[in-house]
Design a protein around this ligand. Structure first.
Ligand code: ADP
Ligand code: MG
Length: 340
């Protein structure tokens, strides 16, 4: 067969396979967009594990009517200039999420920029782009995804149960809500409200998302080395879990699953907790963007650090120092909670 260029709809469907692995990935991309838009309030609705419907509403900067079509075009982004790939400060930058979702599902994007008095809407279904229509709507953006993977049936077959997809979606929203405690967050699953939180400080957000008892027992942690800052909360050796699910890492406000950070946590606790147990942690690392590569995988949850050894020793050292304080050894809880 002769070599030829693929049609854009096909290219988007291929990308969708990488960017939107499962409903939770679509949820993540849409909430990241809302955060990048400077939203103060984000509401997420999930139905049937996100397969039937995902809705993410924000009160962020909005998308001008004239740019709605660009927003759903591949490699179109307002967040990256060609020179800036080495210092990424936004959660998104690849310009792939919306076109990928629009290729695999039916995406309805409605937006009204701040200061504008009317909204506009565009619908993409299985890669087919409709006309931009003026509609009534509040300031901000709403993205509705319906029938995820109807246009990519091969992927649809690999989905797990509705309950499993639902709980993966909820995990993603909780992690993002933890990363951005200063933003009001609401999550509804199949019509029932899971949480509806005001803007909070980090301590209060941990308590609201993961339980007041655990939050109260955790130890506040702070450390700085050169231009890297580590802060957050860790559990004392007496508070552990059978899985590492309760370890949340944020790097430059991005929720990440980073093996280096997890390993650092494991090493820091190795001598003081039984094998098979895992501490709880919520850690925020702030690092100059140029010392970090987030463009490792389309989902952007994996990282490469320019100086991994320095990060590792900063994290291990900080944890061990804080675990050796009176609070960690069983004295008064160091966590300040808002009144109920
Ligand atoms: P990326 O986030 O990598 O730029 P996306 O495909 O997720 O790519 O989004 C494309 C563009 O659409 C963004 O760069 C942004 O300009 C615009 N956009 C998407 N979602 C929102 C939103 N919720 N509010 C404002 N603008 C948005
Ligand atoms: Mg994005």
């Amino acid at each position: 067969m002769a070599i030829r260029l693929l049609a854009p709809a096909t290219i988007n469907r291929i990308a969708a396979g990488e960017v939107i692995e499962r409903p939770a990935a679509a949820v993540k991309e849409l909430v990241e967009n809302a955060l990048d838009a400077g939203a103060r309030r984000i509401a997420v609705g999930i139905e049937r594990g996100g397969i039937a419907r995902i809705e993410v509403k924000d009160d962020g900067c909005g998308i001008p009517e004239a740019e709605l079509e660009l927003a759903i075009t591949r490699h179109a982004t307002s967040k990256l200039t060609d020179e800036a790939l080495v210092r990424i400060a936004t959660l998104g930058f690849r310009g792939e999420a919306l076109p990928s979702i629009g290729a695999a599902a039916r995406l309805t994007l409605t937006s009204r920029p701040r200061g504008q008095d009317s909204a506009a809407r565009i619908i993409v279904a299985g890669g087919a782009v409709g006309a931009v229509m003026p509609v009534a709507g509040p300031a901000g953006t709403s993205a509705i995804v319906e029938d995820l993977f109807y246009a990519t049936p091969a992927r649809r077959k690999f989905l797990r149960s509705v309950a499993a997809e639902s709980s993966a979606c909820a995990d993603v929203v909780r992690h993002l809500a933890l990363a951005a405690a200063e933003v009001a967050f609401r999550l509804d699953i199949d019509g029932a409200t899971s949480f509806d939180l005001p803007a909070q400080d980090r301590q209060a957000r941990i308590a609201a998302l993961y339980g007041r008892g655990d939050a109260q027992a955790m130890i506040a942690l702070d450390a700085v080395r050169e231009d890297v800052t580590l802060s957050g909360f860790i559990s004392p050796a007496s508070l552990t879990r059978a899985s590492a699910r309760h370890q949340h890492m944020m790097v430059n406000a991005r929720p990440v699953r980073d093996p280096l950070l997890r390993m650092a946590l494991r090493v820091a606790y190795r001598e003081i907790i039984p094998a098979g147990r895992h501490p709880l942690a919520a850690l925020w690392l702030e690092i100059p963007p140029e010392s970090l590569d987030v463009n490792v995988h389309p989902a952007k949850s994996e990282l490469r650090f320019a100086a991994p050894e320095a990060i590792r020793s900063l994290v291990i050292g900080a944890i061990q120092r804080h675990l050796a304080t009176p609070a960690a050894l069983g004295a008064a809880p160091s966590l300040r909670l808002e009144p109920a």
